[in-house]
Design a protein around this ligand. Structure first.
Ligand SMILES: C[S@@+](CC[C@H](N)C(=O)[O-])C[C@H]1O[C@@H](n2cnc3c(N)ncnc32)[C@H](O)[C@@H]1O
Length: 231
């Protein structure tokens, strides 16, 4: 199926791009991150000292390191061996090579419960329900899932506010990106329904803005559907 092939190409792009991505993140080459999305995700995570945190699609590990500095015990997982190697070299948290398919298939991979699971620009596939359900199973009863993603209003571009696969070329992120990355453009309602289809419910939606007032990203916080009953 064409969509599966796109998802495969999407996963496969991270290893050839690992060094360039690590460089882009660590030199502050991504303008939107400098303008506020880094600060926004750290603030939304609001970790408690000693809290167990899973950083899904942790990349080279900057957020895992930041949350460790804030007092959490963080496990970062990513499917790219090159990025996990870069994360381990910088330290500051535990890291493991775990493709999302392994989180779906094996409850012992990155075993819960976690008080917080965070996905920072790391949910790029068309069908999110299998992974989100797997993350829901790893949440503590009162745990939080925090997702930051590109704001669909900003990303819509010429293709418009229409769901579908798009391609990221990493233009403007610095040199060395050899593989463009397909990613799935999702409407706001589609984010909410993906959560609902996975045993989760939206608790908060924020639109972080830069100092000049421009919207930067979409930030979603979800909890287990049953947590209202439990608490
Ligand atoms: C845009 S990067 C974000 C990295 C990191 N969260 C950050 O804030 O810098 C997306 C990350 O998701 C990871 N990823 C994408 N699809 C994956 C999959 N199917 N399994 C595991 N990791 C995946 C990539 O390897 C990459 O590190």
């Amino acid at each position: 199926v064409a969509d599966d092939a796109l998802a495969q190409r999407q996963h496969a792009s991270w290893d050839p791009n690992a060094a360039a991505w690590t460089d882009a993140v660590r030199t502050g080459a991504i303008a939107s991150r400098r303008r506020g999305t880094d600060a926004a995700i750290v603030a939304a995570c609001a970790v408690r000292p000693g809290e167990r945190v899973l950083d899904v699609g942790c990349g080279e590990g900057w957020l895992a390191r930041a949350l460790t500095s804030a007092g959490a015990h963080v496990l970062g997982v990513d499917g790219s061996a090159g990025l996990v190697e870069a994360a381990r070299a910088a330290g500051g948290a535990e890291y493991a090579v775990v493709p999302y398919a392994a989180l779906v298939a094996d409850a012992r991979a990155a075993e819960g419960p976690f008080g917080l699971i965070v996905c920072n620009f790391a949910l790029l596939d068309e069908d999110l329900a299998p992974l989100l359900s797997a993350l829901a199973r790893r949440l503590a009863a009162s745990g939080r899932l925090v997702i930051q993603t590109v704001h669909p209003f900003v990303a819509a571009g010429d293709a418009g506010y229409v769901e579908g696969w798009r391609e990221e070329t990493f233009a403007g992120f610095g040199a060395g990106f050899s593989a463009p990355m397909p990613w799935y453009f999702r409407r706001v309602s589609s984010w909410v329904s993906a959560l609902q289809a996975s045993g989760l419910e939206l608790k908060d939606l924020q639109e972080p803005t830069a100092e000049d007032g421009g919207v930067l990203s979409l930030l979603l916080e979800a909890r287990l559907l049953s947590s209202d009953v439990a608490n």
